[in-house]
Ligand binder design. Structure first.
Ligand code: ADP
Ligand code: MG
Length: 816
């Protein structure tokens, strides 16, 4: 329990942080005045102090900000003078507590005055200063500012947070006389000569430098950088770093990294940063500019994590991390700095997710009970046995829906793992409890597919009658829409299946208590939020076939509880997968002919819609290939063309034509990847297969193998070398989506994950996403913060709230 004095101090400091908006306590200071007074009297707080505080509290809401500021300062000084001030050790409050007289003397006595001025800079003033445009920096005018803006840098803070793409280690210098072939070396030497000449008939330029130190000469060549002649003059001392090559029997360095050694001497034990650049910004200029700003601002920056927090998280403090991410004192510190920023990103993302979850859980929800007999009856009606994983999912849902708190659950199960029936059974329970359900899918075709199977399941089991389920999409006629809307409002319709037009249109429900979203990877955090705003108290079930490794799932879907269906129904035929040499494409075409003759259908997938350079390219662009295949390869067959540039209703039409068997072959791009079910399609050929991530290939492959016939998948890389590609071979070896996702993640990083790209995280530095420990640590600490202080009232967590909001804006373009 805090004493009344401790509480007072806390409120006042918070109020300072909040810029005196009278919102550091619920209802404003006027509201707590009386309560605080009672407590203070009991605790023997001096009467004068109580009078002063209550006087301020009861009038605070009427005061101007400047007066609020003065009053708070006065109370703090009174507290200090009466020996009652227990301050957190934070310099930002200094100016509020040192009394005027002492402060005045200090100013007079100090000669330079800069150090106290620097440390007493309030957090707010600091943020203000850092948010100044870069043009405030001496030497940066509009010309440079414009160039910097292309790098996403507009403020001083942006500049400080423009992190290097790499560091070069110049710490171990090798004398020229001691070089060895293929060593990676750094050399400090003087430029003896520099000369640029044309090669390849003037198409390219080569700049040659001769460097000299006490032990010998070395040739250094740069290709196509003739402008170097402007900065690299004979007589200048530089350091170069690169790999020793051999040319015409002599050692050379080609396109090495280099820096100038100033006359003042430079600390040689250094890792030098190399930044992403743009036109009119040179490495040297940017490095020096950033270095100056770091030296100027970092000593003034306070960490928003407390000392205790830093040691609990075992991460570097912000000033040290900022300095070392640019100019590391050692490789170890560089690594720790990167970790600090990864931690920070992850922590705030999780904090946001957990807060969202907490907000949802504040609502109470209708209790929906699953009847054991009903469950038994429904299970018995199926032509198969539910897998254990399916049963477990239903069990999880059952618990959630009976809890009285809105469910927020993600079911993650590979293509074909049988998610639909899990949703359908939960819908049946909802109807039996007297409530409505909604099911949404990202496209009309998917929605229709769901509609058909859910409808037939519910009708067979006499859960509903034919008029009690409806399908609603963008193409539903106006007249029908009106009828459906009336039915939903009156409660006549118990289940609506459709596209997300269902939540975007103003549709009213009698008692919607269960919302299902299928193929979630097309929806992001914001969509989930939107749905929650529409129905804050309904139970939400989200389903996805994107096999995202658990750590990543925790980050992207951290606001949801997770159930994984890790079991595919038994008896599925494996899809025979092969990597095809592009030279042998005609064999594959022959095979396709055979498949089509047997009455099956074929997908041919291309990485691009249309060849970008206008050159005909039949092997990587759908439109070009379509024309070629139609004329030259399969002249007698009916071929459809599907890609992302078609309008939604055109896409639907092509897809329907294919599903209804009108086309024998569908030439397409990855738009086809989401759960479409065409059981007669038994063959998929994927061109440019080396361009796709494994997860994506797996998703694509899941379009076939949906019927009883043997299915095939041919992967055709762009060139022969890629035939031996290990990644593609993994596709032959396994049909486990999670395994493939792990391989993908470890080899290509998270950028390729459909889940991430499509859920719209723009800026997060996912460099450490593989660091499971870091993610778990960040999540655990975020959980602690949310549990200890759910409303972000404490000084520290209040600051988190502000930062979190900034983060969300950067990452998903929206403030919380
Ligand atoms: P997805 O998880 O990709 O949405 P579906 O729900 O569409 O998968 O199920 C794919 C197919 O598997 C459907 O034809 C469905 O009837 C069937 N299925 C579902 N569960 C089982 C099971 N336990 N045993 C056999 N077949 C099943
Ligand atoms: Mg599905």
């Amino acid at each position: 329990m805090l004493t009344s004095i401790e509480k007072l101090t806390k409120f006042l400091l918070l109020e300072i942080d909040r810029q005196f908006d009278n919102r550091s306590v619920f209802g404003g200071f006027e509201n707590i005045s009386e309560g605080w007074k009672q407590e203070a009297i009991i605790q023997n707080v001096p009467g004068e102090l109580i009078t002063e505080v209550c006087g301020v509290f009861s009038n605070y809401y009427m005061m101007e900000v400047s007066d609020r500021r003065k009053s708070i300062k006065k109370i703090l000084i009174s507290l200090q003078n009466s020996g009652n001030l227990i301050l957190p050790n934070q310099s930002k409050y200094v100016e509020f507590t040192i009394n005027n007289q002492i402060q005045g003397e200090k100013n007079r006595n100090s000669t330079s005055g800069d150090s106290t001025a620097a440390t007493s800079l309030k957090q707010f003033d600091l943020e203000q200063a850092l948010s100044n445009p870069v043009t405030k920096i001496p030497g940066i005018g509009n010309f440079r500012a414009e160039a910097l803006s292309r790098l996403g840098i507009s403020t001083i803070k942006d500049l400080i947070y423009h992190f290097p793409r790499k560091h070069e280690d110049f710490s171990n210098l090798t004398p020229i006389g001691k070089l060895n072939f293929s060593d990676k070396v750094s050399i400090a030497a003087t430029i003896k000569s520099i000369f640029t000449r044309n090669i390849k008939g003037g198409k390219q330029k080569i700049t040659e430098l001769i460097l000299e130190d006490d032990t010998g000469n070395l040739r250094v060549t740069f290709f196509n950088q003739p402008f170097l002649e402007r900065s690299l003059k004979p007589g200048l001392r530089i350091m170069v770093s690169g790999i020793v090559e051999m040319y015409a029997g002599r050692y050379v360095l080609t396109n090495p990294e280099w820096i100038e050694l100033n006359k003042g001497g430079i600390n040689l034990n250094r890792l030098f940063p190399y930044y992403p650049l743009t036109k009119n910004i040179t490495q040297k200029w940017l490095r020096e500019t950033i270095s100056k700003q770091i030296n100027l601002w970092v000593p003034k920056i306070n960490d928003f994590f407390s000392f205790e927090f830093l040691s609990k998280a075992n991460i570097l403090d912000l000033p040290t991390a900022l300095r070392n991410i640019h100019f590391p004192e050692s490789l170890e510190l560089k690594k720790q700095s990167e970790e600090r920023f990864s931690f920070q990103d992850t922590f705030f993302l999780h904090l946001a997710m957990l807060q969202q979850k907490k907000n949802w859980q504040k609502e109470s929800a209708k209790i929906i009970k699953f009847d054991d007999n009903l469950f038994e009856q429904l299970s018995n009606s199926l032509p198969y046995q539910l897998t254990n994983a399916q049963k477990r999912s239903i069990f999880d849902i059952q618990n959630d829906m009976a809890s009285g708190v809105p469910m927020s659950r993600l079911i993650q199960g590979d293509v074909g793992s049988g998610k639909t029936i899990v949703a359908a059974m939960s819908i049946a329970a909802t109807i039996k409890n007297g409530y409505q359900s909604v099911v949404m899918a990202p496209t009309g075709i998917l929605a229709e597919q769901l509609y058909t199977s859910i409808r037939s399941f519910l009708l067979t089991n006499k859960i509903i009658s034919a008029g009690e389920i409806s399908y609603l999409s963008g193409t539903t006629s106006e007249k029908e829409k009106i009828l459906i809307k009336e039915g939903l409002k009156s409660g006549l319709i118990k289940v609506a299946v459709g596209t997300h037009a269902l939540i975007e249109d103003p549709v009213e429900f009698k008692n919607l208590e269960f919302v299902v979203i299928d193929e979630q990877h097309r929806f992001g955090v914001m969509q989930r939020k939107k749905i929650r705003v529409k129905g804050p108290s309904s139970h939400l079930l989200v389903m996805t076939a994107t096999p995202i490794p658990r750590t990543l799932a925790l980050t992207i879907f951290g606001d949801l509880d997770l159930t994984v269906i890790d079991e595919i129904p038994p008896g599925r035929k494996e899809i025979k997968t092969n990597v095809i040499n592009p030279q042998k494409r005609s064999d594959a075409y022959k095979f396709i002919h055979k498949i089509v003759d047997e009455g099956s259908q074929v997908f041919i997938v291309y990485p691009l819609i249309e060849s970008e350079d206008g050159e005909t390219n039949e092997s990587n662009a759908a439109v070009n290939a379509f024309n070629h295949l139609k004329k030259e390869v399969f002249p007698g067959l009916s071929i459809g063309l599907l890609h992302g540039r078609l309008k939604p209703d055109e896409k639907e039409k092509v897809m329907l034509n294919f599903r209804n068997g009108f086309y024998q072959i569908l030439v397409t791009t990855t738009v086809v990847e989401v759960g479409v079910d065409v059981s007669n399609a038994t063959m998929m050929m994927i061109e440019g297969a080396n361009r796709f991530g494994l997860s994506q290939l797996h998703q694509l492959r899941g379009r076939v193998g949906r019927g009883i016939k043997q299915s095939y998948c041919f992967l055709v890389p762009e060139n022969e070398d890629a035939v031996e590609n290990e990644r593609l071979k993994a596709m032959i070896g396994t049909s486990d989506g999670f395994k493939l996702a792990e391989i993908d993640l470890s080899q290509r990083g998270p950028g390729d994950f459909i889940g991430i790209r499509q859920s719209g995280y723009k800026e997060i530095r996912f460099s450490n996403i593989m660091n499971v420990k870091l993610i778990e640590k960040a999540r655990a600490l975020a959980k602690e913060v949310i549990n200890d202080d759910p409303n972000f009232i404490n000084e520290e967590s209040h600051l988190y709230k502000i930062i979190m909001s900034d983060y969300l804006q950067k990452m998903i373009g929206e403030k919380t």
